[in-house]
Design a protein around this ligand. Structure first.
Ligand code: ATP
Ligand code: MG
Length: 400
């Protein structure tokens, strides 16, 4: 699906391959972005505080500096024809600083909305006028007195920090105002939002990408299963997703990306409730874990798409050519059989499964809950990919 709106940035010249692209952040998303950019002939510079990081090992140049280091930002800006971010909590001011030197996509303004759950929900509510897809009922808690004013209708709920949450961190489930008081205290009175706990039937996400010329593409809807707050599997096409639900979610994601005037890849997470209604949860201003399946199952991967968008090249075809199940590989896998020391999983046996595509992020230090890699099973029919994933779970000692 492809749509367009006019854009103020369309006059920016294309960054042609052989020039440099920059990325803020050195994690696995930056690493896979780097690989995609290099495959297209670009050189990649990464700015990240740690000198030992997944993207740094792949990059042509690593600037090991804090995200606010003025010298490093001006060096990155001077070197690169465009800069993006792989880390959603990169200070928005650093993106503004970079924008004085080079083309930055997504912009500080877009990223700062995604960094603030309240600003994000306000923005989603505006978008709902066109899309009809609202965020969960919620209320801001800035000071302890706000807790008294919470309506009973928000309980049971989830208290979330307004900033810096990821993988379910910075969240507490609450059933009463007293619970909120205790949790708010434990969070050191940082600004929070209480969200009503909704009856989820399943969770989905939609990746969209928009170019500087206002053209946008949207990927097929993905169905996501989380475990302990971390993405466990992504299945596309989603076994529970109806055509109507997919269309509404894709239209809502496109409304969001256009209204933001966003350039780059954006992922929007939704809840589907037991009555079939759709609720928008949050957005990630970058490629997303639930979009990893695109590397093996779509014509243009989310990382190649990010390269195209920031370089002001035509966007790629977002069509899916194979059914896919993506399984995250967490550090826990190195410690099955109660071993004290990490033991490398049997990758040879995993790769013997037809349709398996292994992606490891080059992290030396496996720890429980740490994302070490992912494997995507692709097949002509979904049932086949699901069978392959099940076999892999058995092999790796993952409870399916
Ligand atoms: P991530 O960065 O991994 O996406 P996060 O820390 O930003 O996670 P959310 O996506 O807001 O947090 O929530 C994590 C999970 O908690 C959701 O995927 C969903 O399973 C559950 N959840 C969050 N909000 C609600 C809600 N209002 N009702 C029911 N379940 C919820
Ligand atoms: Mg989430």
């Amino acid at each position: 699906m492809s749509t367009s709106t006019p854009s103020e940035n369309s006059c920016k010249p294309t960054a042609l391959p052989s020039t440099w692209l920059g990325v803020m952040g050195g994690g696995q998303l930056g690493r896979m972005f780097t690989h995609a950019a290099q495959a297209m002939g670009y050189k990649v510079a990464v700015l990240e505080p740690s000198s030992d990081c997944p993207a740094g090992h792949a990059a042509d140049h690593l600037l090991a500096a804090t995200y606010t280091d003025a010298n490093a930002l001006s060096e990155l800006g001077a070197q690169c024809a465009a800069v993006t971010t792989e880390f959603e909590n990169v200070p928005a001011e650093s993106l503004s600083t970079l924008a004085a030197h080079t083309f930055v996509a997504p912009t500080a303004a877009c990223v700062s909305i995604a960094q603030d759950r309240l600003a994000e929900k306000k923005f989603f509510t505006e978008c709902a006028q066109a899309s009809g897809v609202l965020p969960a009922p919620h209320q801001r808690i800035a000071v302890a007195a706000d807790i008294d004013a919470l309506p009973d209708s928000l309980f049971p709920g989830i208290l979330k920090t307004v900033r810096l949450g990821y993988d379910g961190k910075g969240q507490v489930r609450v059933t009463s105002k007293e619970d909120v008081r205790i949790a708010f205290e434990r969070m050191n009175h940082v600004e929070c939002v209480l969200e009503k706990m909704l009856p989820l039937a399943y969770e989905v996400s939609v990746l969209a990408a928009r170019g500087a010329d206002g053209q946008a593409v949207v990927y097929p809807i993905a169905e996501n299963v989380h475990r302990d707050g971390i993405l466990f599997t992504t299945t596309v096409p989603g076994p529970n997703v109806s055509n109507d639900c997919a269309k509404r979610a894709q239209a809502a994601a496109l409304e969001i990306i256009h209204r933001l005037g966003y350039v780059g890849v954006l992922c929007v997470e939704f809840f589907v409730l037991s009555d079939g209604s759709l609720v928008v949860n949050e957005m990630a201003p970058r490629p997303h874990n639930s979009g990893h399946y695109t590397m093996d199952a779509c014509i243009t991967s989310q990382f190649a798409q990010q390269v195209r968008a920031m370089a002001r090249l035509p966007l790629g075809d977002a069509r899916q050519h194979s059914s896919a199940v993506m399984l995250n590989l967490l550090g826990d896998l190195w410690f099955t059989n109660n071993s004290q020391h990490p033991i490398e999983p049997a990758w040879d046996e995993l790769l013997a499964i037809k349709g398996a595509n292994l992606h490891l992020y080059g992290k030396d230090d496996p720890r429980p809950g740490r994302k070490m890699g992912h494997v995507t099973f692709v097949a002509e029919h979904l049932a086949e990919a699901q069978k392959q994933c099940l076999a892999a779970c058995q092999l790796l000692g993952i409870q399916a």
